[in-house]
Design a protein. Structure first.
Length: 358
C-alpha cells in the first residue's frame, strides 16, 4: 500500500478518537462540489492511542455515516495521525528513476527508521532538484508502523470499502489549506502572496490538539498535545454531577444551567487559548521563526462558541474558524446549513477527498 498512491475518485474517511467523518467531492468547473458528507460519534473505548481497537464498532459507525450521506463511492482515502509518521528528506542522484529510487529507498530507510523494516509501511515522494545542486534530487521518505495503517484498512475492508490511498493528516490538511488561503487575514504591510504568509492551524480534537504551522501552503512544524474537547465534557460532568454521556447530550441540547458559560465554558475557552499560546511559543523557541500571521481553528473544538475571539484576544493574532467548504458548491441532497455550520469537523476528510483530483 503506497502512502501516495492515487488513481480515481475517493471517499475521504477520517477516523478520529471520538467520531468518523466522510466527504465525497466532485469537480465543479475549476472548483469543487460537495456531493456527500457524514459524521457519526464513536462509542467510548472504540479507539486507543488514536487507532481503532473495536473494529466492529468503528465499522458500524462508518457504515451509518455512509448510509446517511447517500454516497455510493467504494474507493476510499484515509489518513494516519501525523504523530505516528516519520518523514525524512534524503538526497539521491538526479538521474535516478522512480524504480531506482524504490530499489534504494529501503537501504536509506534503515538509517533513519528506529523500527525493523518488516514492521513499517514505507513510501517516498520525489520533491525535485536539491537546492543549489541539479545533480541531486530531494526525496521525501515517509514511514509508519504497519498497525497504524492495517487497523484502519481492516475497518474499511470489513464494510466493503477498498482503500486506494493512505495519506498523512498533515498532508490532507495541506490540501485543504490551499483552498482556504485566500480567506485568511493578512497583516498590515505584509505581502498578499500565499507563500509569504505564515499561519498556525490548530486542530482541536476530543483528546488531542495538534498545532500545524504553515509557510504558504506547506506544513513546516507540528506539535501534538494531549488536550481537547473531552476536558469540556469532563468539566460539565463534574460541575453538574452527570455521567459523561448525559453531559454530552445536555450540552448539545442546551439543557445546562444558567451558570454554564461563566463557570464551565469560559474557563475551558481560556484553557484552550492558553494551550494554543504555549504551542506557538514552543514553535518560536524550537525554530528560527519568531512570528506567525494568523491562526486557523479546525476540528470539533473549533465549534465552541466564540473560541476564535478568546484565542485572538489572548495571543494578539487574527483568528478565524476554518471552513473548507466556503467556496464549494453542494449537491441538493447536502444540507447547506449543516455543511457550513459543521465545516471545521471535516477538514481532514475534505483534504483526503481532494486527493481524487491530484
Amino acid at each position: 500500500m503506497g502512502l501516495f498512491k492515487k488513481k480515481e475518485r475517493y471517499l475521504g474517511v477520517d477516523i478520529s478518537p471520538s467520531s468518523v467523518k466522510i466527504v465525497e467531492l466532485s469537480r465543479s468547473g475549476k472548483g469543487y462540489q460537495v456531493e456527500a458528507i457524514g459524521v457519526e460519534q464513536l462509542p467510548e473505548g472504540s479507539t486507543e492511542n488514536r487507532n481503532p481497537t473495536d473494529i466492529d464498532q468503528v465499522g458500524a459507525a462508518l457504515k451509518r455515516a455512509i448510509k446517511a450521506s447517500g454516497t455510493s463511492l467504494k474507493q476510499a482515502a484515509l489518513a494516519v495521525p501525523t504523530s505516528s509518521v516519520i518523514t525524512r528528506t534524503i538526497t539521491m542522484p538526479s538521474e535516478f528513476s522512480e524504480d531506482e529510487i524504490e530499489a534504494n529507498i529501503q537501504i536509506e530507510a534503515a538509517q533513519y527508521i528506529p523500527f525493523p523494516l518488516e514492521e513499517i509501511h514505507l513510501d517516498f515522494q520525489v520533491q525535485g532538484y536539491a537546492k543549489g545542486n541539479e545533480m541531486a534530487q530531494d526525496v521525501m521518505l515517509v514511514a509508519s508502523r504497519r498497525e497504524n495503517i492495517e487497523l484502519r484498512q481492516e475497518v474499511l475492508n470489513d464494510i466493503g470499502l477498498k482503500v486506494g490511498i493512505v495519506d498523512v493528516e498533515a498532508y490532507a490538511l495541506e490540501n485543504i489549506f490551499q483552498v482556504m488561503l485566500s480567506d485568511l487575514p493578512v497583516p498590515s504591510g505584509k505581502s498578499e502572496r500565499a507563500d509569504d504568509l505564515r499561519s498556525a492551524m490548530v486542530d482541536i480534537g476530543s483528546a488531542v490538539t495538534t498545532l500545524y504551522v504553515f509557510q504558504g501552503d506547506r506544513v513546516i512544524f507540528t506539535r501534538e498535545q494531549s488536550f481537547g474537547g473531552d476536558q469540556l465534557l469532563e468539566s460539565i460532568a463534574s460541575h453538574y454531577n452527570l455521567p459523561k454521556d448525559r453531559a454530552e447530550f445536555a450540552m448539545r441540547a442546551g439543557e445546562l444551567g444558567e451558570d454554564y458559560e461563566s463557570m464551565v465554558l469560559e474557563p475551558f475557552r481560556q484553557e484552550v487559548a492558553g494551550q494554543i499560546a504555549n504551542s506557538i511559543q514552543f514553535f518560536f523557541s524550537s525554530s528560527h521563526y519568531n512570528s506567525v500571521d494568523n491562526v486557523v481553528l479546525v476540528g470539533g473544538g473549533a465549534l465552541v462558541p466564540d473560541l476564535d475571539k478568546i484565542v485572538s484576544g489572548m495571543i494578539g493574532l487574527p483568528t478565524v474558524i476554518g471552513n473548507p467548504f466556503e467556496h464549494m458548491s453542494s449537491a441538493k441532497r447536502v444540507n447547506r446549513h449543516s455543511l457550513l455550520r459543521d465545516a471545521p469537523l471535516f477538514a481532514v476528510a475534505c483534504g483526503l477527498a481532494m486527493r481524487s483530483f491530484d
